[in-house]
Design a binder for this molecule. Structure first.
Ligand code: NAD
Ligand code: ZN
Length: 345
């Protein structure tokens, strides 16, 4: 495995070191002698038990329904029972759910303890473990309770991806395509060139994708950790994607994939993106086995957008593409988006 250069996120709460290609077996080096408690989920424990053996571990349930304050309380109780104090390091080893929950617990337990992450899903390696957003869902609202807090370190071990179900790999790829589309035309071309290797899970290629993807996200987060401006560009495909997810229940990665195609088509009208560029995006997503077409009428998605209770304003910071590799944030009215969606399918 090629050693990739370290990537850094510089947050208000500290600097985060991201190492791509670093094996979980090397975790000890980053713990630096501290007492450590790991948080993982049942699936990850089942597959990677041999690497977790000997670690003090808290195991949580799998799935979005466990990403809540009940699980947070369960972990607090476990930490108290084990007499964990402020000098202890918490390490989340799992998918995005484990990473988000671990970060939140570490941010709040005894007013904050140090934490590190070992993301085990592709989505967690390229997205959830990078950028310092931690938190849980509450009363049906996604990520409603949380904190910004940077992990001390993030270790992305490509080997861990070998046990990931294919659908999870596919969904993680949507976020990599997103990063390429908004900020890295070379990565986009690399994805186009390596479709076959990606589909066969070539770990060297996956590690390169993770490294490039993390580099793009870290660069954006370093400009705007709290998402008051430039970080919004990471929402490319997500405005339509979230509405689609809510309306149909399809997987996040698939919804975002369709959302990106729609946003590219809209970009043709609003900022003159050449149709050939939208076609490239659609072709790549399709070749990676992602969804590219709305499974329901656009009007249904338009209605779901209006029902987003977290939204207060009539305009949305919408991400358009000027070219492949060049995203642009623009305020668009909800009414414009709904009208366009209703007419688009
Ligand atoms: N904090 C952020 O910036 C951020 C960004 C994007 C997404 N997220 C959050 O991430 C979550 C989604 O992440 P996810 O897709 O990783 O979900 P997840 O944590 O549920 O993992 C997906 C599935 O794969 C399993 N799994 C994970 N690693 C495995 C492995 N190596 N082998 C076998 N099975 C494995 C898990 O048990 C789970 O069933 C959402 O809650 C989302 O809100 C957070
Ligand atoms: Zn996403």
């Amino acid at each position: 495995m090629v050693a990739h250069p370290p990537v850094y996120v510089e947050g208000k709460t500290g600097r985060s070191l991201i190492l791509v290609g670093e094996p979980l077996a090397n975790l000890e080096r980053h713990i630096a002698g501290r007492r450590t408690v790991a948080v993982t989920d049942q699936n990850v424990k089942k597959h990677w038990q041999h690497l977790l053996a000997g670690m003090d571990t808290i195991v949580i349930g799998c799935g979005e329904k466990y990403k809540n304050l009940v699980t947070v309380e369960f972990i607090y109780d476990q930490l108290i029972n084990r007499q964990v104090d402020r000098s202890t390091l918490l390490v989340g080893i799992g998918g995005g759910i484990t990473c988000d929950i671990t970060g939140f617990v570490a941010s709040t337990y005894m007013r904050g303890i140090s934490f590190g992450l070992v993301p085990t899903s592709l989505l967690a390696q390229v997205d959830a473990s990078v950028g310092g957003k931690t938190g849980v869902n509450h009363r049906g609202f996604k990520n409603m309770i949380g904190a910004f807090n940077q992990p001390e370190f993030v270790l992305c071990d490509p080997e861990l991806l070998t046990t990931l179900p294919e659908e999870e790999i596919t969904c993680g790829l949507a976020e990599i395509v997103k990063h390429a589309a908004i900020g890295d035309p070379e990565l986009f071309a690399f994805l186009e060139e390596k479709v076959a290797a990606i589909k066969s899970r070539d770990l060297d290629i996956l590690a390169r994708l993770v490294h490039r993807s993390v580099t793009i996200k870290a660069k954006i987060v370093n400009q705007d950790e709290r998402e008051s401006g430039p970080r919004r560009i990471l929402n490319f495909g997500h405005t339509f994607g979230h509405a689609l997810e809510k309306a149909t229940g399809i997987a996040h990665g698939r919804a975002v994939s369709i959302g990106m195609v729609l946003a590219a088509r809209l970009s043709q009208e609003l900022v003159g993106l050449p149709a050939s560029e939208s076609d490239r995006l659609e072709r790549l997503l399709h070749d990676l086995r992602l969804s590219t077409r709305l499974p329901v009428p656009g009007a249904k998605i338009a209605r779901a957008m209006a029902m987003d209770k977290k939204r207060q304003q009539d305009t949305i910071f919408f991400v358009l593409l000027r070219a492949i590799g060049r995203g642009q944030i623009r305020q668009v009215s909800l009414a414009t988006l709904q009208k366009w969606l209703s007419g688009s399918a």
